[in-house]
Design a protein around this ligand. Sequence first.
Ligand SMILES: *Cc1c(COP(=O)(O)O)cnc(C)c1O
Length: 425
Amino acid sequence: MTRSSELFAAARRYIPGGVNSPVRAFRGVGGEPFFVERASGARIWDADGRELIDFVGTWGPAILGHAPRVVLDAINATAQRGVSFGAPHALEVEMARTICEWVPSIEKVRMVNSGTEATMSCVRLARGFTGRGKIVKFTGCYHGHVDSLLVKAGSGALTHGHPDSAGVPTELAALTITLPFNDADALRAVFAEQGKEIAAVIVEAVPANAGLYFPEPGFYELLWKLCAEHESLVIFDEVMTGFRLARGGYQQIIGMKPDLTALGKVIGGGLPVGAFGGRREIMDMLSPDGPVYQAGTLSGNPLALAAGLAQLNELERVDGWAKLEALGAEFEVRVRAGLKRAGRDYNFRRIGSMFCLYFTNGPVRNLAEAFASDKAAFAKFFHACLERGVYFAPSQFEAGFLSLAHTAEDLAKVADIAADVLSKI
Ligand SMILES: *Cc1c(COP(=O)(O)O)cnc(C)c1O
């Protein structure tokens, strides 16, 4: 028996499913998860001493790789002065100023402890600001485990085959309208019928919790226009894309300004952090200035902000986004060559340091098309890669992540392994 399976057996006695977040349980691919002993750079070592090249990157935050020196030093130095204050401190000002300067749509920002808290707060704030109840979201978009947003959500929920969670009252779910992504007609129709009741449309900047697909030309322009016409807000969920795709997030790349933005993952340098911000007049609705309540004992935690700032400043110092794009482009070339060698015309998607290999050759523009992928073949691919020391996310419906710690040699080796595995399944 391996150390990992011993630990997993013990974990299942005390933790539901043996994990603290469902997708970690490997249900999407079968088998048991490995337990991590340590992680450094682009690598993870499991409890049985196996070394893995990691493309999960703790699900997005580890953009510099695991345990980068700058982040460790920042945490250490900050911890000497105390690990939590519950009172204002200077790092909060520095983080808020950085976010507002880097992300042009954000005039004011508040720190929270997770992406879920960020989207939850955006929804409450949008409802408070507009005085309306309804929210529009897109099928396959995951915005954290917020009651109102756990309707036709992606990733973990998809993998486990129940898109809607038990425990979300139908009365509440009824306020959430779900539409297929990239469906302009459906969006127009819902605004024509219910526009005056819609507080906000929430969308993943680049949907990456059902694999990875992109907005079609004109789709976001239409979304912005309809929201403006009906005085509904645009909530851009950049928890995954923020500070990963560009300094100012995906919104910088497309040159569009949402009313509210949710952030998380990269912003915390691996510690539990989220943030949400946007137009000043909306943000000023928050307590204590305004009537929308929102709070947090550990919000703005000094260790988390020190880690996050260290990571963001390092990304800027080394021009990390350009480097990641170059790495991503090189990886893409190698993967495409590998697919050709293996005789597969599977659909490989990439933007910057995010990627997904759909086990289908059809187009993927929305959840329904993502579902066309061969999940059984993916599961075989996943396990065969893991056996050869490559750790991709244990679900067809997750994006993969490159970090600045991945080297060109790592990527060449991994593309070869993937091609070899694909030619045998
Ligand atoms: C991960 C994620 C969230 C939730 O963040 P947590 O920190 O897990 O609560 C929300 N939105 C998107 C797009 C995400 O990828």
